[in-house]
Design a protein around this ligand. Structure first.
Ligand SMILES: NC(=O)c1ccc[n+]([C@@H]2O[C@H](COP(=O)([O-])OP(=O)(O)OC[C@H]3O[C@@H](n4cnc5c(N)ncnc54)[C@H](OP(=O)(O)O)[C@@H]3O)[C@@H](O)[C@H]2O)c1
Length: 281
């Protein structure tokens, strides 16, 4: 049995899909434990990653655990997992770890999560993705209302990655025999580095709409971020993308090496998410 946390999210849902597609038994954990939208055969389980006792029963009979980073209960959940006979944890981490600073709030919580997995006594593998294609869903409100996208950090190129491919890689690692992926950190990217304006251009082609991109100034971006996240995270993103401490432009061959096929393109992601940008939705 594979237990997937964050199972209703962009990444977790893809891990559940990819494991279920192999025919292996999979249990999908979210706070509500809703079975809605799960692939046939997948079990739903309820649990809060900040309350380890609420996750304990979902660990029964589990061989491998896909864990989201940064939750308060992670060390206890990993200890409970070991106690329950779980052999392996695959941790969703971040591409900001190599050369990253623990004083950066985002990198810091990712490092703590990696430390917890390393200390757990379980076999571990870290997935270190760059920015997700699904972050584009942040533009959905703007694109339902009009044809202009205003977004931060216009100059920053990132080889954005489809959560579909994280699911494909995670499933292979979760189901692998002991050995090849144990104790390894896998750096993951999509197939090409894109600026926000490149993504808007591709979305325009896919949606068949005359979309336009406008970069926010750094002052505008800071105010926008401050309205929706804690100050420490605002600073973290400014350190990444304004100070340039994180470069997400390198294209990695890891998805292809692990899955045997190229990572999905942003065009493919956009085609599958047309509905999210529909003004009638
Ligand atoms: N976005 C990026 O570019 C990026 C890059 C690198 C790493 N990451 C990491 O990837 C993670 C997952 O991203 P995502 O886009 O898949 O996130 P998401 O779509 O927001 O999904 C988050 C998932 O976590 C669950 N969840 C939230 N709080 C929980 C709690 N207390 N206990 C149990 N489950 C809880 C949610 O389910 P319910 O609400 O249904 O419980 C949902 O299934 C991020 O949080 C970040 O740490 C992101």
């Amino acid at each position: 049995m594979i237990l997937v946390t964050g199972a209703t999210g962009n990444v977790g849902a893809q891990v559940v899909r990819a494991v279920a597609a192999t025919g292996a038994p999979v249990r999908a954990l979210s706070r509500a434990g809703s079975p809605e939208g799960l692939p046939p055969g997948a079990q739903a389980a309820a649990g809060d990653l900040n309350r380890p006792e609420s996750v304990r029963s979902a660990l029964t009979g589990v061989d491998a655990l896909f864990l989201l980073p940064g939750y308060g209960g992670q060390r206890q959940i990993l200890a409970d997992a070991r106690e329950a006979g779980v052999r392996r944890v695959v941790l969703l981490s971040s591409g900001s770890i190599p050369g990253g600073e623990r004083t950066n709030a985002v990198t810091g919580y990712m490092m703590e999560s990696e430390d917890a997995a390393r200390d757990s006594g379980l076999a571990w593998t870290f997935l270190r993705p760059c920015a997700f294609m699904s972050n584009t869903l942040e533009w959905a409100d703007q694109l339902r209302k009009g044809d202009v996208v205003r977004a931060a950090f216009p100059e920053v190129r990132a080889a954005v990655l489809d959560p579909y491919d994280i699911g494909e890689v995670a499933a292979r690692v979760l189901l692998a025999p002991p050995g090849p992926y144990d104790g390894r950190a896998l750096a993951l990217s999509g197939p090409v580095a894109l600026t926000p304006a490149d993504r808007v251009r591709i979305l325009a082609e896919v949606l068949g709409r005359p979309l336009r991109f406008e970069g926010l100034t750094n002052e505008e971006a800071r105010a926008d971020f401050a309205a929706r996240m804690p100050e420490a995270y605002v600073d973290a993103f400014f350190r990444f993308y304004v100070d340039g401490t994180l470069d997400e432009s390198p294209v990695r061959d890891t998805v292809e090496k692990v899955t045997g096929r190229a990572p999905r393109t942003f065009e493919q992601w956009a085609q599958e998410h047309v509905h999210a940008f529909d003004p009638a939705a």
